[in-house]
Design a binder for this molecule. Structure first.
Ligand code: URA
Length: 178
């Protein structure tokens, strides 16, 4: 039987690497990766040290847990599109600033348009709040969210469901939140 061609990955990382819209830009970027289109998409916060080194999202300890958790619900990592709000590692792994998230969001909006996911799992409060600013992770984690911002959804699949979850890094520190 003929082998299936590999699923296309997201566009040229060089497009992101030339981005100078915030102070994080202009170095090695960590673009999203996964099939296009994809039913499921994961959005994290920002790359960490290992992601920065490999140029791939979620390949450190958080990524190992994420891959294992996907496996536990019968999903292979390669079937899911995985990305971050911000495509560069913030200095000393600090959380990205709001102006960096805003500067980077055009990449995420483009990705959402290309991936056309039905389900987005937002990892951690920062990613969750990008989709739904009034989100309270403690109360809303695991609950499908209706999107409020029309600008986010006007070019997207209107059936998009966002499920906020605790970030795997948080679950590593607090195993009862896995
Ligand atoms: N944490 C994130 O939010 N994203 C990564 O890619 C790695 C760790």
């Amino acid at each position: 039987m003929a082998k299936k061609p590999p699923a296309p990955l997201v566009r040229d990382p060089a497009e992101i690497e030339t981005c100078m819209l915030c102070i994080l830009g202009g170095g090695k970027a960590v673009p999203g990766e996964g099939p296009l289109p994809a039913r499921n998409m994961i959005v994290g916060e920002a790359p960490g040290a290992r992601e920065d080194w490999k140029g791939e999202p979620f390949v450190g300890l958080s990524g190992e847990l994420l891959t294992a958790l996907l496996g536990s619900i019968g999903l292979k990592r390669e079937e899911v599109y995985i990305t971050n709000l911000v495509k560069y590692r913030p200095p000393r792994n600090r959380p990205p600033h709001m102006k960096e998230i805003r500067a980077c969001q055009r990449h995420l909006l483009e990705e959402l348009g290309e991936v056309r996911p039905e389900i987005v799992v937002a990892m951690g409060a920062t990613a969750g709040k990008w989709f739904r600013p009034d989100l309270l992770l403690k109360k809303d984690h695991g609950l499908p969210q209706r999107l409020l911002q029309p600008s986010l959804t006007e070019n997207l699949n209107t059936m998009l469901t966002v499920i906020p979850m605790y970030h795997p890094a948080y679950a590593l520190r607090n195993p009862r939140f896995r």
